[in-house]
Design a binder for this molecule. Sequence first.
Ligand SMILES: Nc1ncnc2c1ncn2[C@@H]1O[C@H](COP(=O)(O)OP(=O)(O)O)[C@@H](O)[C@H]1O
Ligand SMILES: Nc1ccn([C@@H]2O[C@H](COP(=O)(O)OP(=O)(O)O)[C@@H](O)[C@H]2O)c(=O)n1
Ligand SMILES: [Mg+2]
Length: 253
Amino acid sequence: MWRRVASLSPMISSSSPSRSLARNQAAFGLNIRESFATEISKPEEGAKSPFITFVLGGPGSGKGTQCEKIVETFGLTHLSAGDLLRREIAMHTKNGDMILNLIKDGKIVPSEVTVKLLQKELESSNSSKFLIDGFPRTEENRVAFERIVGADPDVVLFFDCPEEEMVKRVLNRNQGRVDDNITTIKKRLKIFEALNRPVIDYYKNKGKLYTINAVGTVDDIFKQVLPIFTPFEEQLKQSRHVNPKSPLVENSS
Ligand SMILES: Nc1ncnc2c1ncn2[C@@H]1O[C@H](COP(=O)(O)OP(=O)(O)O)[C@@H](O)[C@H]1O
Ligand SMILES: Nc1ccn([C@@H]2O[C@H](COP(=O)(O)OP(=O)(O)O)[C@@H](O)[C@H]2O)c(=O)n1
Ligand SMILES: [Mg+2]
């Protein structure tokens, strides 16, 4: 579906308007690269763009839980940025230790690493509709995806949840995650507040943001999610999908 086409120009140049953002990110220990030499992928000539949904929200806001329900109903392919990073740790890849140390400390992994993992999944998938969960967490993430993958999201979901509820959920999550402890969760919440807001504002200005009140039962929250996809139903039906449980009519165009 995708092919590599060109080299990137510097990500954050000295004339970049994002210099204060870069300082902000640096303050949180992020690895801002002056130059970001890599390759861009673009959909092949004549290929349909994939349908992309970004899923935003603080730690414990219920992103993963709602993604499961969206997958069941609409057959989108779920790509969790956090899961892809944890897989690198489990597989002891060259970036595994670096990723582990950042995740333990609640910090954001350099965008180039995360975007390349997402790019690999997008390129190798037969699906043409994706839920990208836990991404973009920063403006650096967002810009890197745009430039490396060369695609824009159709829908951006934001699960809006009060901090105390997020803390309660994360501490009860019981998935054995190194970052689900009170010390790391406090750091993650600070980073989320500081770095995710500009991403939310960006998509709000583009008219792509759907804010969901993430307090309530899982089903109540999903009732808010369902109508967001209704206008895209035809498009989603026409996309090839892999989930046999999806109620949508199969049409492998
Ligand atoms: N609406 C909800 N009410 C209470 N607990 C929830 C709700 N949604 C999810 N959870 C639980 O909260 C924890 C965090 O949910 P998860 O989907 O992993 O969030 P995120 O991916 O945003 O960190 C999990 O243990 C999950 O079962
Ligand atoms: N875009 C992303 C997503 C996750 N991560 C890292 O992975 C951790 C876990 O992300 P996650 O999405 O699985 O976490 P939850 O919000 O689901 O609790 C984050 O706290 C970051 O350390 C990242 O660096 N960049
Ligand atoms: Mg999650």
